[in-house]
Write a protein that binds this ligand. Structure first.
Ligand code: CUA
Length: 325
């Protein structure tokens, strides 16, 4: 019978796993945070039971027990000494855990990646590569290697948070902060801006894709190279439209004339999981929708809606972009 009674709690906890859960750590940094979370849940649960028991006793128990509960020593011990001791221990443990998270990272030369928060997307630049690899809203990392993320912002305060891998860290105007993390197993994790940064704050997400070192090398080589010119006539028409309609003023596609720096680099956009900072899947329908209707999808983002294109032109543009891989 007991088994059935605990079923709802099991379902409730099932909500604690998933692509953006801090309780399903994929790396040593997040594992420390997860342990801290469970300790705090256990401690808070025990304290809650204690307080409810004391309150019930104070209301309904015999007068002698109530007098005992009302003694000054009980009030000082329970209301002053106990919280000071518990919070001090928790602070010490939290500080030690934060420090040991760094030492738990694998040894070796870190892969350095700059992540710049912009309203409302993430610019991602691989720093120790030549040519420079720039992507957006998706960070590929090799498993088992230390990753050093330098975090900054192009406008307002954002906060970088990928719960599978590490705690959150603010991106503050005029400053660069550094976050060290590592993925101990392959998998896709979702991150989210964790500081209110304007209207579309909730639509500022991203993915971190951890892959084995060999796969990462393959990905790296492909990202470093120029995209192949389109051979399909529809995609060729899309490329011509892209280059003649001013898209290159804001976007870069290496190897073409497009070298804009305002919006995301689209050189290998076809390889990404999502578009629009994880608000839409990456397929031709979504790409066409984004071009024509992005202000409905992400209000006040810096890209104007391009209603100048008819359906055929939108399909051509989307086919060209989807083929950039
Ligand atoms: Cu960026 Cu919230």
């Amino acid at each position: 019978m007991i088994r059935w009674r605990i079923l709802p709690y099991g379902f409730a906890l099932a909500g604690c796993t998933g692509i953006q859960s801090a309780l399903e750590p994929h790396g040593p940094h997040a594992a420390q945070i997860s342990i801290l979370w469970w300790i705090m849940l256990g401690g808070a649960g025990a304290i809650l039971i204690l307080v409810v028991a004391a309150t019930t006793s104070a209301l309904f128990s015999a007068p002698s027990r109530r007098r005992w509960l009302g003694r000054e020593t009980i009030v000082v011990a329970g209301g002053l000494v106990f919280p000071i001791v518990v919070l001090t221990l928790l602070l010490a443990y939290g500080l030690a855990a934060t420090r040991s998270a760094g030492s738990a990272l694998p040894a070796g030369e870190p892969l350095r990646i700059a992540v710049i928060g912009e309203q409302w997307w993430w610019r991602v630049v691989y720093l120790n590569t030549s040519p420079r690899i720039e992507t957006a809203n998706e960070i590929r990392i090799p498993t088992g290697r230390p990753i050093e993320l330098t975090l900054s912002t192009a406008d307002v305060i954002h906060s970088f948070w990928v719960p599978h891998l590490a705690g959150k860290l603010d991106m503050i105007p005029g400053r660069t902060t550094t976050l060290h993390l590592s993925a101990s197993r392959p998998g896709t994790s979702r991150g989210q801006c964790a500081e209110y940064c304007g209207g579309a704050h909730a639509l500022m997400s991203f993915h971190v894709v951890a892959i084995p070192a060999d796969d990462f090398e393959t990905w790296w080589r492909r990202e470093s190279s120029l995209p192949l010119p389109p051979t399909d006539p529809v995609a060729q028409r899309g490329e011509a439209l892209f280059l003649s309609s001013g898209c290159g003023a804001c976007h870069t596609v290496r190897g073409t004339g497009a070298d804009g720096r305002i919006g995301p680099d689209l050189t290998h956009v076809g390889n990404r999981i999502s578009i629009g900072a994880a608000v839409l899947p990456n397929d031709t329908a979504a790409l066409a929708r984004w071009i024509a209707d992005n202000q409905h999808i992400k209000p006040e983002n810096r890209m104007p809606p391009f209603r100048i294109f008819d359906d055929g032109e939108l399909a051509a543009l989307a086919t060209y972009l989807a083929g950039l891989n």
